[in-house]
Design a protein around this ligand. Sequence first.
Ligand code: 2P0
Length: 316
Amino acid sequence: MPTTATAHTNIAFIKYWGKKDARLNLPTTSSLSLTLSQFYTTTTVTQNTDKDQLVLNGELADPTRIHHFLNTIRDILGDFPAVTVTSENHVPTSAGLASSASSFAALTGAVTREMGFDLSNQSLSRLARRGSGSASRSFYSHFAIWHAGMDDASSFAESLNAPDMPIALVVAEVSTSAKKVSSSDGMQRAITSPNYDDWLNRSATQFMDMQSAIQQSDIEKIGTLAEENALAMHALNLTARHKPFTYFTQETQQILALVSDLRRQGILAFATMDAGPNVKIITTLNDAPKIVTALHSALPYIHLETATSGSGITYD
Ligand code: 2P0
């Protein structure tokens, strides 16, 4: 019997940007994210008698990365047969969101159930971390925190008990022809920044402050902290001693300027950016349409999506 799992993607408000152990995928900092309802991956795992295979959005795809990840799970839980992984990404590339978080979370959930393991979300989170760090946070609804930890056992994500709040995210897709720097490569460069120690200290404070802001449903404070954290992360890339770089394009900067203009007009709008030029604007359900209107009028060719808080992993 095949097993199907659905996991949503997440956006970090306090970022993971650096590894202290690349093999175990242990991060240098704890991170905190919001799970998004509109973007998700559904993955079905079926046992086969041949070799690990991947069918992605209806087409055979290169299974190398998932095969490596499945072997890591086999090493930890014990050997199991080859599988066919059939995955549908409802994370439109047009929205410019990374699908690795939802993909590795859904795969971890589906394959462990298919093989008869009944694991807690905390255990699943630890396994998924080995596939992609951000996937550790995609098992939970609403807000999740990933404790950096000091070893495999202590580095996992859990749900942050938080009040409901009218938070929304406007995702602005910025097209780019620039060669991409992968997250892993970007992190390796970023840790060579002379500002990296300062980042570690600031991130620890922001992580605590963010949790208080969430408990108070203070979306303005949440946004302020998230924007500060994201800009500091991107400043590390620019100030790396080894191969400095930036994910920002001119359009990224135009949108950042627009976001600060909107704030001056009294609209709740704060920007966060990940390993690419797209801007995600943290706002309220009430202000989201105003932001969409303003962005559309300033940059009419930019694709916009509005997202809200999503649910944790589910199984069919
Ligand atoms: C995050 N990002 O916290 C950070 C902020 C992007 C910018 O986690 O190397 O695919 O597979 O562990 O999780 C994206 O990187 O990296 C990411 P790996 P991952 O969301």
